[in-house]
Design a binder for this molecule. Structure first.
Ligand code: CDP
Length: 212
């Protein structure tokens, strides 16, 4: 069983994906972490996240340790990730890792939940369930601000909102694998839903499609 969860920044994809994975006995892959890890490697080497050669080399050399580095969660890393995400060869390197994970999930898992921007459209177009999780920009910025503050990072609300809008615009406008709901995706708007309500709603939607 493969569940694809796509959507814009801070819409609640990660929390929902982890809960769906636990519920259905699947393993979860946060594909944004791959782009963030490549971005962090580029930034640490003082490279330019807009330069294809630098970013392709960093994607090919990506190691596990960078994926576990808390610094991948910073807003600076996120912005750099969305600047290198349009590079087709970077996406191609990360695509094979993601497809492998989906088709041969680690351990005893009987499937996988992948969250990102292009899972339902490009990475797993045959996924059993496709969710597109969204929320108003203001609700998403408020959640991201809370997340940052909980991690002890001081951030200014208007800057978080502005950075998020710019990143979403880049993710939507790119030529390769733009952020767009798959034709057969179920759209879940979490603006007025907390994590529990979003999970319940997703389970209801999945049950109504008769796929689980
Ligand atoms: O945590 P948040 O939802 O804000 O972002 P993320 O999922 O960690 O993704 C960071 C960036 O990586 C996105 O803004 C995209 O530019 C890129 N990304 C992508 O292009 N394709 C994916 N499947 C996942 C992330």
């Amino acid at each position: 069983m493969i569940i694809a969860v796509d959507g814009p920044s801070a819409a609640g994809k990660g929390t929902l994906s982890r809960r769906l994975a636990a519920h259905f006995g699947l393993v979860h892959l946060d594909t944004g972490a791959l782009y963030r890890a490549v971005a962090l490697a580029v930034l640490r080497a003082k490279g330019d996240p807009g330069d294809p050669d630098t970013c392709i080399a960093a994607a090919k050399a990506l190691d596990r340790e960078t994926l576990d580095d808390p610094e991948i969660r910073s807003e600076r890393t996120a912005a750099a990730a969305s600047k290198l995400a349009p590079i087709p060869e970077v996406r191609a390197v990360l695509l094979s890792y993601q497809r492998n994970f989906a088709t041969r999930p680690p351990g005893e898992a009987k499937g996988a939940v992948l969250d990102g921007r292009d899972i339902g459209t490009v990475v797993c177009p045959d996924a059993d369930v496709k969710l597109f999780v969204t929320a108003s920009a203001e609700a998403r910025a408020a959640r991201r601000l809370k997340e940052l503050r909980e991690r002890g990072i001081e951030a200014i609300s208007s800057h978080v909102l502005q950075d998020m809008k710019e990143r979403d615009a880049r993710d939507q406008a790119r030529a390769v694998a733009p952020m767009v709901p798959a034709q057969d995706a179920i759209v879940l708007d979490t603006t007025d839903l907390d994590a529990n309500a979003a999970f319940e709603k997703a389970l209801e939607m999945i049950a109504s499609r008769d796929v689980a």
